[in-house]
Design a protein. Sequence first.
Length: 178
Amino acid sequence: MADSQSLPGATAPGEGGRLPAPLPLLDRIERALMALTMGLLCLITLANVVVRYFTDISFAFTEEISVWLLVVMTLVGASHAFVRHHHIAIAFFVERRGPAVRYWTRLLGYGASLLAFAALTGLGARMAWDDYQFEVTSPSLDIPQWLYTVWLPLLSALVVVRLVQRIVAALRAGREGV
């Protein structure tokens, strides 16, 4: 059963207002992608274990796919966690301060995360372009490497969109809502 924060319009801890729900389709897509990547990871790992147990052969090439799926799952999960206020936060000291300190600390954290993911978007795009331009291929499957690396900037940009959504919601709520 989902907790109250994962439902549209639920209240995040310490925010006193409703969560933004302008992108409900994106919420469903994120959840579906997280479930799909986790399911594929489980199937690949199970197949690897079963084949290795019965035949002493390993599907070493699946490591490339597994690493790619982990990156996809991590970035989509980060996007969903930020917008639903489920991200990791060290709030022991901050939550014991007044509303103004909580408000500005939260905005500072969102801003720092926004800068980090914006940089990851730009640098990841540059890396994917280099992989494409120089025709780099993956070590095991010998397919174009950019097919893996292009997802880093795309999904980092998704995290940026979700962080902007969270910052706008925090600004609208104002200090009294934190």
